[in-house]
Design a protein around this ligand. Structure first.
Ligand code: NCD
Length: 446
């Protein structure tokens, strides 16, 4: 039997499949009521552990328009989760006969990956903490495809809270894969995280450069912009200094709200959030840029932009239905133009099992300890960098142990090269290694 296909990360879907979904979405959007024979008898379950309006309702609308049924658990806190049921057990129950596909939103990063490991039916990640939101990204890409006719080579500004916005992270990975240029205009203090920039650079060949944002006028006046382009050769440092970038013309500005629910107390104090209003969109480079937002918005897009012909955020959200009709019918094996292929072999997520938990306190492996097996992909050996198989965060570890000899070493030690991948254990410090009963070798003591 073919393995079940999930949509947990935007990496799980190829560019060809995305393009096929856009074609299907065009068909669904031309005749939204004409496809009620696509998925009769099939049921999706919405398991939402966090609030949602658009994502849940557009998925449910999409399934109903395809002729299927929906089960809704919009407040999972009122479900057996409040009795201590694990996510792994919940998806086994719901996927074991109740529903043919699960749409999951959860506050922990990597939750959808864990759910996919246990679910007998496809899992769609509808947002996992500040990690990823791949179906919003497909919606955003579909909007660019409709509005601009292409994605490759577009210049897209990502603005606002780039640190915690999961929509931005998935969107940036996808834009890089399509060969678009990205201009980051972050709220100061909420820049794109280094682990995202590193991935963009190391896996997608994108070059991050500090840039001068004068051509964006008032939109970028308060902040340091970063230009990410797939076309520049690799440099040695993470950032290259450049005093000018070559963007004469912006195709899209993607604004995001402050993700205050994920802020630390200090971060909650920040004021003066970036704001798009008619007056900040006057720069020549922005003259026909479409203004996008995954919504909900707060004050970051002023109401005076609503009737500006460049604003497409309400159209953007309406297109969430046809693209989700395409996603659902694809994963349910009902889309002739996108036959369900085997899952992409995913180097990022299928990683080495390790014995220590992920250091990210928001990672699902920290709470679902009975079901998550900590796993890391080694990105670099010296200094040792590894990426968590659930939340994708990268960490530098000080020491490496071998689960079979129970010795631990400095990462640059030759002995580390001899450890079989499945035996690697990563430690942040000596105390952690000793607590786990590991013994220091000469390389540690030296
Ligand atoms: C986004 C989300 O939940 O991440 N909303 C959505 O799905 N349309 C964006 C946000 O909440 O800011």
């Amino acid at each position: 039997m073919q393995p079940v296909r999930h949509l947990v990360s935007i990496d799980d879907i190829s560019l060809e499949e995305m393009t096929a979904l856009f074609r299907a979405a065009d068909r669904f959007s031309a005749d939204p009521r004409g496809f009620a024979n696509f998925a009769p008898g099939l049921i999706t379950a919405s398991l939402f552990y966090e609030p949602s309006t658009r994502t849940r309702l557009s998925f449910e609308s999409a399934m109903l328009r395809l002729g299927g049924g929906v089960l809704t658990a919009a407040e999972m806190t009122s479900s057996s989760a409040s009795k201590g049921e694990s996510l792994a057990d919940t998806v086994r129950v719901v996927g074991g006969g109740y529903a043919d596909l699960i749409v999951l939103r959860h506050p922990s990063e990597g939750a959808a990956r864990l759910a996919a490991d246990y679910s007998p039916v496809p899992v769609v990640n509808a947002g996992d903490g500040s990690h990823e939101h791949p179906t919003q990204t497909l919606c955003d890409l579909y909007n660019l495809h409709v509005e601009r006719g292409r994605i490759a080579g577009l210049d897209v500004v990502l603005a606002g809270d780039l640190k915690y916005s999961r929509t931005v992270h998935s969107f940036a990975y996808a834009l890089a894969r399509f060969g678009a240029n990205i201009v980051c205009v972050p709220q100061p203090g909420f820049e794109m995280p280094d682990y995202v920039l590193r991935r963009l650079r190391e896996e997608f060949g994108v070059e991050p450069m500090r840039a001068d944002a004068k051509r964006l006028g008032a939109l970028a006046a308060k902040t340091d912009a970063v230009y990410l382009t797939p076309h520049k050769p690799h440099q040695l440092s993470l950032f290259t200094d450049a005093s000018h970038w070559e963007v004469e013309h912006v195709d899209a500005v993607y604004m995001t709200r402050p993700q205050t629910e994920r802020y630390s107390d200090g971060e909650r104090q920040q004021r003066d959030y970036l704001r798009i209003e008619k007056g900040s969109m006057g720069a020549e480079s922005l003259r026909d840029a479409v203004v996008m937002h995954p919504l909900p918005r707060r004050d970051e897009i002023a109401a005076d932009m609503d009737d500006d012909p460049r604003s497409i955020y309400f159209k953007q959200t309406a297109r969430g239905v046809p693209i989700r009709m395409a996603i659902l019918s694809w994963l349910l094996g009902r889309l002739p133009e996108a036959p369900l292929a085997a899952p992409r072999i995913d180097v990022n997520h299928r990683s080495k099992v390790a014995h220590n938990p992920c250091p990210n306190p928001s990672c699902i492996s920290r709470t679902e300890t009975r079901h998550a097996s900590p796993s890391f992909a080694v990105i670099a050996r010296t200094p040792l960098r590894a990426r968590c198989g659930y939340c994708s965060r990268e960490f530098t570890f000080r020491f490496v142990g071998c689960a079979s000899t129970r010795n631990y070493h400095a990462p640059e030690s030759h002995s580390v090269r001899q450890i079989l991948p499945g035996n690697l254990v990563f430690f942040s410090d000596r105390d952690q290694a000793e607590e786990h009963g590991f013994h220091a070798t000469q390389s540690v003591l030296a």
